[in-house]
Design a protein around this ligand. Structure first.
Ligand code: NAI
Length: 259
């Protein structure tokens, strides 16, 4: 499996899953654009990858802003001359009980997680069609697209929307040779689980997995590398559950505990 010379954008590239993926992609020969709001972490990662003789460039982006996403696509093609993979991965979580969910929080989550993914799919696909590139667009959904937990209404709605975006966009983009796929991670050891650490409930997140441990971001990156490679050419319009069995076999959260 190799990503040699593929040009890949990774949104949320400075975060846990994104940075592990950027690192792996670069080590497999891809030219990586680390796209994130977090300039400091993004530039640090760029330096780290370059030190290992990988190719990476940071580009500041706010995925909830259509023009910012469009600029990211243009920047990438200007810099590296192509676009083979978009990993639409930036996301946020705001936890509030449904009856206390204010409009600001609701819109914030939907704008980043849901609208941001649409902006990415559409702008990348337009560019791939223009360049006649048979690229792949990989999107980060979640096990929360399949099961509901307390206090995550907006997050779950957004991740569920991504599920249908994948199928719907894949259907229309297939004639252009563009694949649209996704991943649904279980509990991954990144900053997004900070609330569990603060509240001392990390054990609950661990217990959601078959092996009673958090999934490491590097394990997710391996799947994203496969999906971005030509070896996964027969996977299209679907979501790979990267959840260590959380959904299918041993989903042990309950409403009260999952808070
Ligand atoms: P993280 O918090 O480490 O990374 C998220 C990254 O997205 C951060 O670097 C952040 O700066 C960036 N970001 C946030 N808003 C942005 C915006 N408007 N524009 C551009 N970048 C923005 O968390 P993690 O876990 O790496 O999250 C990556 C994706 O994985 C998210 O979509 C998340 O919902 C999803 N996910 C994570 C799970 C977990 O347990 N860690 C489980 C299931 C899904």
């Amino acid at each position: 499996m190799t990503l040699e010379n593929k040009v890949a954008i990774i949104t949320g590239g400075a975060g846990g899953i994104g940075s592990a993926t950027a690192d792996l992609y670069a080590s497999q020969g891809a030219k990586v654009v680390i796209a994130d709001t977090n300039e400091q972490a993004g530039k640090k990662l760029e330096g780290m990858i370059r030190k290992k003789n990988g190719e990476a460039t940071f580009c500041k982006v706010d995925v909830s802003d259509y023009n910012s996403v469009k600029n990211l696509i243009d920047f990438t093609v200007e810099k590296y001359g192509s676009l083979d993979v978009l990993f639409n991965n930036a996301g946020i979580g705001i936890r509030k009980p449904f009856l206390e969910l204010d409009l600001k929080s609701y819109h914030q989550v939907i704008e980043v997680n849901q609208h941001g993914v649409f902006y990415g799919i559409q702008t990348a696909a337009k560019k791939m069609v223009e360049l006649k590139k048979k690229g792949v667009i990989i999107n980060t959904s979640s096990i929360n697209a399949f099961v509901a937990m307390a206090d995550r209404f907006a997050y779950q709605v957004s991740k569920s929307a991504i599920k249908m975006m994948i199928t719907s966009a894949a259907f229309e983009l297939a004639p252009h040779g563009i694949r649209v796929v996704g991943i649904a991670p279980g509990s991954v050891n990144t900053d997004i689980l900070q609330f569990h650490r603060k509240e001392g409930t990390l054990e609950l997140a661990r217990r959601g997995q078959m092996t009673n441990r958090l999934i490491e971001p590097e394990e997710i990156a391996q799947v994203v590398a496969f999906l971005g490679s030509d070896e996964s050419s027969s996977i299209n319009g679907s979501i790979v559950k990267v959840d260590d069995g959380a959904l299918g076999f041993k989903f042990r959260f309950d409403q009260k505990q999952s808070k």
